[in-house]
Ligand binder design. Structure first.
Ligand SMILES: Cc1ncc(COP(=O)(O)O)c(C=O)c1O
Length: 371
C-alpha cells in the first residue's frame, strides 16, 4: 500500500544539504549587501564567520580560521599546495573525494615520496600502516561511501608530519580531535545547510609554523597565498579575505551558526545527526533487502548514509525516480562513481520525523520495482 504521510521536507541531498528547520531567507541580516566586504560592517561579518566558528566548534587556543574561495575543494587545495613538499606524504582514500586528493598529490603536485593507502567503497584504509613522519592527508567522512573515521586514536600526539583533514561532511556532526589535526577544511553547504562557493580553512599552530618556514617550489596562485614575506597573513584569519566573497552567503552562514548556538551547540547538532542515523539503522535492521555500504558499524557515517538494495542497478535508479516523482525524497541517488544504491543525508538540518516518514516510502518503492 502506498503510504499516505510524506516527509514535510523531502530534501535529503548530501550537498548542498537541506536548510535548517525554520529557515527563511527573509530572516537573514542583510545590511552588508551592496557594501564593500572591506568596510567595517563587511569585515565585522567576515570576522565573526571566523571567530564564531572557532568559538562554537571549541577549537584549541592558537588555531586559526579563514574564509577562503572555492568551497571545501578550494580550502583543501590551498592547504596542499601551500604545505606539502618538505616531507613524504601518506594519503588515505576510500571513496571519490579522497581519491581526488590522491590525484592532486600524485598527478598534479607530482610529489616523489607518496604512500597511497587506499580501500574499496565500504571499507576504510588501514590506519596501522600510516607513517606520521610524513604529512598525512585524509577525509574524515567519505561522503560518497558513507564510511567515516571512527576516532582519532590512530593519530599520534607527537607526530612529526602534519595531519591534513578534509572534514567537510563531518564538522558539526561528528566529534573531531582538533588537537590531532593540523589542517581541517569544510564548507558551509554540508552539515549546516549553508551555501557553497566558500570554504573554511582551519590551521593549527604547527601548520602555521610550516607555512612560515617553507616555500613550495611551484608557483602559487594569488587565491592560495597565505603568507607575505615569509610571515602569515594574519588578516586572512580575521575576515580579510583574499578576494571578494558573497556577503549574502556570509549572512546565511552566520544565521546557521546562530541556529547551532540556539539549539545547544555542537553536542546538539551531533545528537540530531546521530538520531537521524538511528532511524535508518532501525530500518535496515528490520529489512533484509537493504544494507549499509559501510562494512564496519564503527565506520558508518551519521551524515552521508549510503545504502545498497537487493536490486539491479536499473531498479535502484527506478526507486530513486519514484521517490522523487512522489515528492518524498530528492537527490538520494548514490554518487556517480560509487556503487549503485541510495544516499540519504542525515546531517543536523534534517529532521528525524522526516526520515521516519520516508522509511515506509522506501519499502513501498522497493516493492514497486521488485514485483
Ligand atoms: C569529502 C568531500 N570532500 C570535498 C567535497 C567537495 O566539496 P565542495 O564542492 O564544497 O568543494 C565534498 C563534496 O561533497 C566532499 O563530500
Amino acid at each position: 500500500m502506498q503510504p499516505t504521510v510524506k516527509p514535510k521536507n523531502p530534501n535529503f541531498s548530501s550537498g548542498p544539504c537541506s536548510k535548517r528547520p525554520g529557515y527563511k531567507v527573509a530572516d537573514l541580516q542583510l545590511d552588508t549587501l551592496g557594501r564593500s566586504h572591506r568596510s567595517a560592517l563587511g569585515k565585522k561579518a567576515l570576522g565573526l564567520a571566523c571567530s564564531e566558528s572557532a568559538r562554537i566548534l571549541g577549537l584549541p587556543e592558537g588555531y586559526r580560521v579563514a574564509v577562503v574561495a572555492g568551497s571545501d575543494t578550494g580550502a583543501m587545495e590551498m592547504a596542499m599546495w601551500s604545505l606539502l613538499g618538505p616531507r613524504g606524504v601518506d594519503v588515505l582514500a576510500w571513496e571519490s573525494f579522497g581519491s581526488g586528493w590522491v590525484t592532486d598529490i600524485v598527478k598534479q603536485l607530482k610529489l616523489p615520496n607518496v604512500n597511497k593507502l587506499e580501500a574499496a567503497y565500504g571499507d576504510i584504509s588501514d590506519f596501522s600502516k600510516v607513517n606520521f613522519d610524513h604529512d598525512v592527508v585524509f577525509t574524515w567522512n567519505g561522503t560518497t561511501s558513507g564510511v567515516k573515521v571512527p576516532n582519532g586514536d590512530w593519530i599520534p600526539a607527537d607526530r612529526a608530519g602534519l595531519a591534513i583533514c578534509d572534514a567537510t561532511s563531518a564538522v558539526f556532526a561528528m566529534e573531531l580531535p582538533w588537537d590531532k589535526l593540523d589542517v581541517i577544511t569544510y564548507s558551509w553547504q554540508k552539515v549546516l545547510g549553508g551555501e557553497g562557493a566558500h570554504g573554511m580553512l582551519i590551521l593549527s599552530p604547527r601548520a602555521v609554523q610550516r607555512l612560515e618556514s617553507y616555500t613550495p617550489p611551484w608557483p602559487l596562485p594569488k587565491l592560495f597565498r597565505m603568507t607575505s614575506g615569509g610571515k602569515l597573513t594574519e588578516g586572512l584569519f580575521k575576515g580579510d579575505t583574499i578576494n571578494t566573497p558573497s556577503m549574502l552567503c556570509v549572512s546565511d552562514y552566520l544565521d546557521a551558526l546562530a541556529w547551532v548556538e540556539r539549539i545547544g551547540g555542537v553536542p546538539a547538532t551531533i545528537a540530531r545527526s546521530e538520531a537521524n542515523l538511528k532511524v535508518l539503522s532501525d530500518f535496515v535492521a528490520a529489512n533484509d533487502w537493504i544494507s549499509f555500504l559501510a562494512k564496519d558499524p564503527a565506520t558508518r557515517s551519521n551524515t552521508s548514509v549510503c545504502l545498497t538494495l537487493k536490486l539491479g542497478d536499473e531498479q535502484v535508479k527506478k526507486v530513486v525516480k519514484l521517490l522523487e516523482a512522489e515528492g518524498v525524497a530528492y537527490d538520494i541517488g548514490a554518487y556517480k562513481d560509487a556503487p549503485a544504491g541510495i544516499r540519504i543525508w542525515c546531517g543536523a538540518t534534517v529532521e528525524s520525523s522526516d526520515l521516519q516518514a520516508l522509511m515506509p516510502w522506501l519499502s513501498w518503492a522497493y516493492q514497486q520495482v521488485s514485483t
